[in-house]
Design a protein around this ligand. Sequence first.
Ligand SMILES: [Zn+2]
Ligand SMILES: [Zn+2]
Length: 336
Amino acid sequence: MKAVVIQKPNTPVVIEERPIPQPKAGEVLIKVRACGVCHSDLGVIEGGIPFATFPRVLGHEVAGVVDKVGEGVTWPKVGDRVGMQWLFSACGHCDQCVRGAEILCPFAQITGVMQDGGYQEYMIAPALYVAPIPDELSFADAGPLMCAGLTVFNGMRQAGYKPGQKVAVIGLGGLGHLAVLYAKAMGARVAVISNSPDKQDEAQELGAEYFVNTGAQKAGDALRAWDGGADIILATAPSSEAANDAVPGLAPDGTLVVLGVGSGNISAMHFDLIGARRRVLGSPSGGRSDVRATLTFSAHNKVVPRITKYPLEDAGKALSLLQSGKLRDRAVLMIA
Ligand SMILES: [Zn+2]
Ligand SMILES: [Zn+2]
């Protein structure tokens, strides 16, 4: 089978021929049909993820079909459509796992970072960690929902979103465009904050009622002019300045949710936080219950990503387009 491998940080990905792996007890073999290309994949390549191990097959937005099951596996069955996400496995016994917050497990294994992911024709996954993909979702659409979709959907839930609240989304990339779609589908009023004024049309098409061009306006002032500010700001772009500038635009009791990983510090003036009791919250992707909720919500509310498909062999090309900021849609690697 073909696998797209990164040998060590800051080297190009290469295509390798590898034997198809065999599932051991408790594992399944997934025939990968689609795998989204995520910004965190660039993090692995650029050496920015300290717990990444090499050589590694990237990819944590996996959608495919169970091809074989290992000894003792009673679920899923061969032929089931399943996805794999960032969380490859968790320990099951630490305090975080026991209270149902397995994404915070200190012993978690991460797909495509510490274990081989979906940039290959077949991958191994722990049987209990795959997510069933609803029939309504194609493999290509389900892929990006496993990380980009999960991260923004769950970020809103973690922030305590209530129907009718105002949600501002910083950035309109892979996570941002899905954030707008989820927020709209959940009944929010939505704003988009971007430094590219040419994103305004797209923001409106997706359902945003308000657009803040940070090249011409201060995000905090512009958001406060939006009926008193945003209840939730989802910072999906990897820019700490953009997140910091938006904090004063939170409504009282509002929450800034930091989702996109960038350089620099998230910071806020003491009084901007204290006076209106604002919060800053970091949120990683989510656990198994969160990913199931994301997929079910997406299937029933028709929230699907905007994607461009590439053959697996073009993984390197898709990654460099993402790196240069030239990708408009989520790139999805397709395997027949
Ligand atoms: Zn990701
Ligand atoms: Zn644990």
